[in-house]
Design a protein around this ligand. Sequence first.
Ligand SMILES: Cc1cc2nc3c(=O)[nH]c(=O)nc-3n(C[C@H](O)[C@H](O)[C@H](O)COP(=O)(O)OP(=O)(O)OC[C@H]3O[C@@H](n4cnc5c(N)ncnc54)[C@H](O)[C@@H]3O)c2cc1C
Length: 318
Amino acid sequence: MGEVLVLVDQVDGAVRKVTTELLTLARRLGEPAAVWAGPGYGDAAAATLAEFGAATVYVADDAAFAEHPVAPKAELLAQLVADRSPVAVLIPSTAEGKEVAGRLAVKTGSGVITDAVDITAELIATQSVFGGSTVVHSKVTTGTPIFTVRGNSVAPEAAAAAGTRADVSVSLSEAATKASVTGRTTAVKGGRPDLTEAAIVVSGGRGVGGAEGFSVVEALADALGAAVGASRAATDAGWYPHQFQVGQTGKTVSPQLYIANGISGAIQHRAGMQTSKTIVVVNKDPEAPIFELADFGVVGDLFTVVPQLTTEIAKRAQ
Ligand SMILES: Cc1cc2nc3c(=O)[nH]c(=O)nc-3n(C[C@H](O)[C@H](O)[C@H](O)COP(=O)(O)OP(=O)(O)OC[C@H]3O[C@@H](n4cnc5c(N)ncnc54)[C@H](O)[C@@H]3O)c2cc1C
C-alpha cells in the first residue's frame, strides 16, 4: 500500500483538528504519512498523529518553515514526492494550504484539486462549485494527485498506527526564503469553537432583527457547544462581526450540524454552508428557499422556537 502524505496544520506545536480529518481520509487511499514543517514537534503532537493513523511522521523542524511562509512547505513536499512517490498528497484547504498545493503542483508537474469535500479510494474527489449549485466529481490524471480538503468534510476517527518519526532535511532555495514573517498577533478568542472547525454551527440572519436578537442564537450555540455564524445581511447591518459571515464572500463551513435561523437561503449564503451534514432551518416563511436544503425545518418565529430548543437541549445536558 503506497503512502499518502498529509501536511500537518499546527499552531505552536498543537495539531489542528483538520489534520486528524485528513489522516482519517488518507487511510482510505493508502498508508497515511504526516508531514510536519517547522519547530515544535513534541510528544503531544506525536501522540495525536499516531492516534489518527500516521504510520510515519516526516519531521522537518527547521526554523525556516516558521520564518518564511508557504514556499518552504511546497519545497519540502516536492522533495518528499520525489523521494517517496506517494499515492497522493492531502493538504488542508486553508488559504495557505491552497497556495502550497498550487506551488507543489507546478514543482512536481502534477494535477491539483482544491476544496475537495470527499475523496474515494479510487482518488475521485467531490467538489461543490458555482456557489454550491453543482457537485463535481473529478480525478487527477497527471503526476501525483494533490488535494486540498475542506475542514469538517470527514469525521475524524482514531486508528492507532506507529507514528514513526523520520527526520527530513531540505536545502531551501533562495527564492523560497524571500518573503519573511515579521510578526505574529494571536487573535482574541471567545469561549466558542472556531467557526470553520466547529462540529456544530448556529447562524442568524436578517430575521433576528438586530444585534440584540443574536442573543437567542448565541444561547442556542452555547447550549450545543457550537460556533455562531451570520448571513451577510446581518454582518453588513453591523449586527454581528464580519469574521462570522458564512457564504461566498465569508467563511465556508461544513459542520456535522448547521442550524439556520431567520436566513432566507440566498445562493451566496448556501455556497458557504450547503455541504453541512445535517441542516436544520427555523424560518417563519414556509416558502423560504433555505427549506430546500433542510433536513429538518420549523416554520415559525425564531424568537418562539429557538429559546424552546435551547431549553430542551439544556435539560438533556443536565
Ligand atoms: C456578490 C455577493 C456576495 C454575497 N455574499 C454573501 C455571503 O457570503 N453570505 C451571505 O449570507 N450572503 C451573501 N450575499 C447576500 C445574499 O445575496 C443575501 O442578500 C443574504 O444572504 C440575505 O441574508 P438573510 O437570509 O439573512 O436575509 P433575508 O434574505 O432578508 O432573509 C431573512 C429571512 O428571515 C426570515 N425571518 C424574518 N423574521 C423572522 C423571524 N422572526 N423568525 C423566523 N424567520 C424570520 C424571513 O422569512 C427571511 O426568509 C452576497 C450577495 C452578493 C451580491
